[in-house]
Design a protein around this ligand. Structure first.
Ligand code: UDP
Length: 247
């Protein structure tokens, strides 16, 4: 969020946004499950101009051993941005932002994963952002949750996620990069839709209480649409396998 230059109009007089969307419209989303041969589970998500890969390993033996928990598995998450994923080349390796995002994504996924089934092991989730255009944490959560399911890790529900925000004084769904840069607020949310649990809620910017409530409601609605796409992507994977074996 930064000051908006005078000449940038994020919402025109007909109610269209910079990329042609209406206020409550999601960007185009494409999801694929089982895209990597050498991971236990994987998924690829294109969400607007975001391109994100998730890979899952585990449950597997933990190194170093002192991290083992006798009663459950531990979940580890690494969110990483490729140097070429953003306009201004990103220095490779972890920085403050990616360490924080890894932590909040872990927190968003953990309530869904049934870790007690695999004592002394680790489930490792790698999220690689190949191209970023705002909303990478919510797209990363959606991808990671599909990769966990693909790895056969037992879960209470898929974790779905989406952000809402404020541009030109209006609450809108799913901010892109320009809207994130020059908008007034961004509210990413992750949910487990089956029981309406919220596993991530963050806010950047400034909103009134009413606007905040509206943004959260809208983000949840967006996440429910994302959930449907996740389910379709999983179904497609199994249909593909069935076709391959001639069923
Ligand atoms: N971004 C960037 N360089 C960076 C970090 C972020 O260009 O080093 C861009 C990128 O497009 C990212 C967006 O800023 O998606 C918004 O970043 P934010 O930290 O709000 O996280 P996100 O919205 O991706 O979850």
């Amino acid at each position: 969020m930064m000051g908006k230059p005078e000449d940038i109009v994020l919402l025109d007089e007909n109610g269209y946004r910079i990329d042609g969307r209406k206020k409550y419209e999601l960007r185009k989303i494409h999801m694929e499950v089982g895209v990597l041969k050498n991971a236990d589970g994987s998924a690829y998500v294109e969400w607007g101009k975001n391109k994100i890969l998730a890979a899952v390993y585990g449950p597997r033996e933990i190194h170093p051993k002192h991290l083992q928990r006798p009663d459950r598995a531990i979940l580890r998450v690494r969110y990483n941005m490729a140097p070429f994923s953003v306009e201004e080349r990103k220095k490779p390796g972890p920085d403050r932002r990616s360490v924080e995002i890894s932590k909040v994504i872990r927190g968003a996924l953990e309530p869904a994963v049934i870790l007690q089934l695999f004592p002394r092991t680790a489930v490792d989730v790698f999220i690689e952002v190949l191209q970023a255009d705002a909303g990478t944490r919510v797209a990363g959560i959606a991808a990671a949750s599909l990769a966990l399911a693909d790895a056969g890790i037992p879960m209470k529900d898929l974790v779905a996620a989406c952000a809402a925000g404020k541009i030109e004084g209006e609450i809108v769904l799913d901010l892109n990069k320009e809207e994130d840069n020059y908008g007034e607020a961004d509210v990413p949310v992750a949910i487990m839709p089956l029981k309406n649990d919220i596993t991530l809620l963050q806010m950047d910017g400034y909103l009134s209480k009413e606007e905040f409530n509206e943004a959260v409601k809208l983000a949840i609605k967006g996440a429910k649409a994302v959930y449907q796409k996740q389910r379709e992507a999983l179904r497609d994977k199994y249909l593909r396998i069935a076709q391959e074996v001639g069923e």
